[in-house]
Design a protein around this ligand. Structure first.
Ligand code: PLP
Length: 457
């Protein structure tokens, strides 16, 4: 019999509910500290978020219901590209000469090319339901801005995207994609907001950062009645929407007759694709006692999980968001312009941070040259060109596979290939030309940024 290469679930096997890990945190021994008001430092209730988000998303943020039903109009949009395929990397296994069995979930088949529409569609839907007319957001590499532009267009909402300036200049095609879906795209920092003007006064040549762009988008939403704000990662409800990924993977591994994986690997920026991929494995750990190693990979240039501090910090540079306890490099962190733009955030999702603190997962980092090396090995065997963000998961999976070669163990490795790199060819070009440099965030800079953390005990 021929070897199975991919499993595509039928639409009727698509998940109908999101899995809410909040319900299981106590059973996992994880404590999730509450967000605090940036002024009073008291825990904030859901109503404090009402100027920014529709009520349904705020309720999901704090819900402890284990499964939350996906509204039919959202499922209907998901069916444009979901369920997504799970592949067995036969050719890459052979190229690596490893006894390991490698599987990868491919989220790059979505209209915008990554996992992000899983949440943007849900967020646009709930906003439209509650009468929102406009949504503001920030985008780094342009993946989130694209996903939200697409979703807003489907539900008749205007979309304004503050795009980190360095990406706006490096990635004009992402801007064109967003504009084609009907969005307005502004390079950040801009002169349109107080937050943007304050940064430009201090540093007119700044390349921008996600933290700054968030401040701009939040300010606009907070000061206009018809406008809400939308975040593509970090928050509980965003991670929740991504859990369809892992639910599909578990069914697909069964159809492959793959057994339970020894290790699952994902990349982390704010933590959403990784969470959506592995949370359902933790649910199975609770329900059936099945265990797997869970490995997060992040860039050495933006190492919040591996070198940041687990402390309360602002989500943005302008200090407007609630304080969240998370692994952070400090809210005034300005990353080097490495190519994995979607992973250049100073913080990490509070849920993922708490799960790491409870030692349920492991975290690693890599510089970009070894990461692109892993991508090249993967693309030449499997054909799919990974986004540099997803390349961190490729690198992590390759490390596990090579360790198996060393030990002779035929482990089962599953990783999340959360996006394609068709808009990142200039990064591959620079890699081929030998122009990419390895960069690790220096210790002095980590220490300096952490000094600016608000003191909360
Ligand atoms: C946005 C993005 C990421 C980082 O965000 P997470 O919330 O950590 O998933 C990673 N990969 C791709 C392809 C992205 O677009």
């Amino acid at each position: 019999m021929s070897k199975l290469t991919k499993v595509i679930l039928s639409e009727k096997d698509a998940p109908t509910h999101w899995y809410n890990i909040n319900a299981d945190l106590p059973a996992l021994g994880v404590e999730l500290p509450p967000p605090l008001h940036p002024g009073t430092l008291e825990p904030i209730g859901p109503e404090a978020l009402a100027p920014l988000f529709p009520m349904e998303l705020i309720m999901q943020e704090v819900s402890t219901e284990r499964y939350i039903e996906i509204p039919e109009p959202v499922q209907e949009v998901y069916r444009l590209w979901r369920p997504t395929p799970l592949f067995r990397a036969h050719r890459w296994e052979k190229a690596l000469d490893t006894p390991a069995k490698i599987y990868y979930k491919y989220e790059g088949v979505s209209p915008s090319g990554s996992h992000k529409p899983n949440t943007s569609v849900a967020q646009a839907y709930y906003n439209a339901q509650e009468g929102t007319k406009r949504i503001t957001t920030e985008t780094g590499a342009g993946q989130w801005g694209s996903a939200l532009s697409f979703a807003c267009q489907l539900f008749g909402l205007e979309c304004k995207v503050y795009m980190v300036k360095v990406s706006y200049e490096q990635k004009p095609y992402r801007r064109v994609l967003m504009e084609t879906w009907g969005a307005e795209v502004i390079p950040s920092p801009s002169v349109l907001t107080n937050a943007g003007r304050a940064i430009l006064d201090k540093d007119p040549d700044t390349t921008g950062s996600l933290g700054i762009a968030i401040s701009e988008a939040v300010e606009e939403a907070a000061t206009r009645d018809d406008t809400k704000y939308s975040l593509g990662s970090v928050l509980n409800h965003v991670l929740l929407h991504q859990t369809i990924i892992g639910q599909e993977v578990i069914k697909q591994l069964e159809m492959f007759d793959a057994g339970w994986p020894d290790v699952v690997v994902g990349c982390t920026g704010g933590g959403s694709n990784f969470a959506g991929f592995f949370y359902p494995f933790l649910a199975a750990q609770i329900d059936e006692g099945k265990k797997t190693r869970i490995v997060a990979v992040e860039p050495a240039a933006s190492p919040s999980l591996t070198r940041g501090k687990y402390a309360y910090d602002f989500g943005d540079t302008g200090q407007m968001t609630p304080l969240m306890k998370m692994h952070t490099l400090g809210h005034d962190f300005v990353p080097a312009p490495i190519h994995a733009g979607g992973l250049r955030y100073h913080g990490m999702s509070p849920q993922i941070s708490a799960v790491l603190d409870a030692r349920l997962i492991e975290a690693r980092n890599t510089t970009q040259l070894p990461m692109f090396g892993a991508c090249k090995s993967f693309v030449q065997a499997e054909g799919i060109l990974p986004a540099p963000e997803a390349g961190h998961a490729v690198w992590g999976a390759m490390g596990e596979a090579l360790a198996c070669k060393e030990s002779g163990e035929a482990q089962t490795i599953v990783f999340n290939l959360c996006g394609h790199g068709h808009f990142d060819l200039s990064a591959y070009d620079a890699y081929h030309a030998g122009k990419l440099e390895d960069y690790e965030y220096p210790d002095e800079k980590v220490a300096a940024s952490l000094e600016a953390l608000p003191l909360i005990t």
